[in-house]
Design a protein around this ligand. Structure first.
Ligand code: ADP
Ligand code: MG
Length: 469
């Protein structure tokens, strides 16, 4: 049976994932429609459950019929085996996981987020849809999120009462919007009052609404939403262009707001950039507070990694933590992804986590990490750091930010490559060597007088050194 499952799975997941996550599994027992498989670790089990539960369920039901179940047996460190009673049965019978290891549980995946798929919008049913793993406690604070986080706490303490209503959180993908808005919801829920907190993605709201139209059940749809005390709507950019849905949301929004109910929203961009949303809705958003989330800086990234390690009970040496915090600067989700792969590799190969392994892992994930610091690498790194294109660095532009970034890049080329001044100038759009000398001098001068600038250079230098190790 398991072999047949594997065949199915192989067609559905990538080679690498198959090797990593499915090959190590051993089938050990088949009894009364229940297949027991053995997995190498608790972490492994959790990962499978989080990422592949749909697939596994589908396979098991294909092979064993609708009553088919899957159980895991986890090899514990000592070599003994612990059984995880866990049923891959029907979707809404799925047990809610109790394991709280502090990792975000992929909030955007409805499977994890909604262990109890909302069966109907029955007025009497209250499903918050909140994922208990998202808390303020494990939401690391930094300059990147200070305003949003503290506004969130204020709202959670006095929902509907502060002037932060609605509270609108915006920021790029993977920067912690869902985590934050859910943490607010969870905190309100903890306060315990007879408080109906509802988290819903805009996508889900839209689906529910269109279903309600189809089924002639608009009445129960609105009744349901109008009894909410705190409404959390994630990713409102999804409403863009959906006129009817926006109208409905506008109606619900007004009603709740007038009745002193709290509304919390997230979006992947600032309200002014939300194309396709009606002005009257946008103007409502401005009634409260809008706060943005940025990519955490290096220190905050370190703190995030350490916090994850701590809650996972995993030890990662300092140099690896630093390396990861320096290298992964796109978004927090990616940072977590790299960390997960690293732990998985170490578990599978039964090795310790060290810098070598970290580099290897990262190499597999991040496409083009060159092996040596060269002009290209410096230009790319500096460009990313200052959010300026490499073209601009080489171009004639005299905009101040670009000039500074260009000088920094030249300075680093002088420090970390063997290129002559002439060659460096050549690689920056054919400038001459005196321009490079001037750049090197300006950067040193600026480092002396501007501490923030000096820090930025230090951070970039560490990126260079990481590469040289
Ligand atoms: P978004 O909704 O903005 O795409 P998420 O809220 O899903 O991002 O965050 C992605 C992952 O990063 C989640 O696992 C979340 O727990 C984690 N994360 C984001 N910001 C922080 C933070 N400040 N501290 C700890 N974890 C964070
Ligand atoms: Mg999200």
């Amino acid at each position: 049976v398991w072999d047949d499952c594997l065949d199915l799975i192989r067609g559905q997941v990538g080679d690498q994932s198959f090797k990593t996550w499915f090959e190590p599994i051993r089938p050990i027992k088949l009894e009364n429609d229940t297949l027991t498989i053995q997995v190498p670790s608790q972490f492994f089990y959790e990962y499978l459950e989080e990422h592949y539960v749909h697939l596994l369920r589908q396979c098991i039901q294909n092979e064993l019929g609708p009553g088919g179940k899957l159980e895991y047996s986890v090899i514990v460190d000592s070599g003994s085996v612990k059984n995880q009673a866990y049923a891959v049965t029907l979707p809404n019978q799925r047990q809610h996981k109790s394991a709280n290891n502090g990792w975000g549980k992929g909030a955007d995946s409805p499977e994890v987020l909604n262990p109890f798929e909302m069966p109907s919008l029955d007025k009497n049913s209250r499903y918050s849809n909140l994922n208990p793993n998202y808390s303020f406690d494990n939401y690391i604070e930094g300059d990147c999120n200070r305003l949003a986080r503290s506004a969130g706490i204020a709202v959670a303490e006095k929902p509907g009462i502060t002037s932060f209503n609605p509270l609108m959180i915006y920021g790029g993908v993977g920067l912690g919007k869902t985590h934050l808005v859910q943490a607010i919801g969870n905190k309100i829920g903890e306060e315990g009052k007879n408080n109906f907190v509802l988290y819903v993605s805009s996508e889900k709201f839209t689906t529910q609404f269109t279903d309600a139209i189809k089924n002639n059940s608009i009445q129960s749809f609105t009744n349901y939403y109008l009894q909410v005390d705190t409404l959390i709507i994630d990713d409102v950019q999804f409403f863009s262009g959906k006129e009817k849905t926006q109208e409905m949301f506008f109606h619900i929004f007004n009603h709740l707001h007038q009745n002193g109910k709290q509304i919390i929203m997230s979006s992947d961009r600032a309200p002014r950039d939300l194309k396709g949303l009606q002005d009257r809705l946008l103007s409502r958003f401005k009634w409260g507070l809008t706060a943005d989330l940025q990519m955490p800086d290096f220190e905050t990234r370190m703190a995030i990694i350490m916090r994850k390690m701590q809650s996972d009970g995993i030890y990662i040496p300092d140099d690896v933590v630093e390396y990861l915090a320096y290298s992964v600067d796109t978004n927090v989700r990616e940072l977590e992804g790299v960390l997960i792969s690293l732990i998985a590799h170490a578990t599978l190969n039964k090795t310790d986590i060290n810098l070598e392994l970290a580099k290897q892992t990262l190499k597999n994930i991040v496409h083009d990490i060159e092996s040596e610091v060269g002009i290209d690498y410096i230009q790319k790194t500096v460009g990313e750091y200052f959010q300026i294109s490499v073209e601009d660095l080489k171009d004639k532009t005299r905009k101040k930010e670009i000039v500074i970034a260009r000088q920094v890049a030249m300075y680093l080329c002088k420090e970390y490559t063997n290129h002559s001044l002439k060659s460096i100038g050549y690689h920056f759009g054919g400038r001459d060597h005196s321009t490079v000398i001037h750049a090197v001098q300006s950067v040193s001068d600026m480092m002396d007088i501007d501490q923030k600038f000096a820090q930025a250079i230090e951070e970039l230098k560490k990126k260079m050194k990481m590469k040289l190790v």
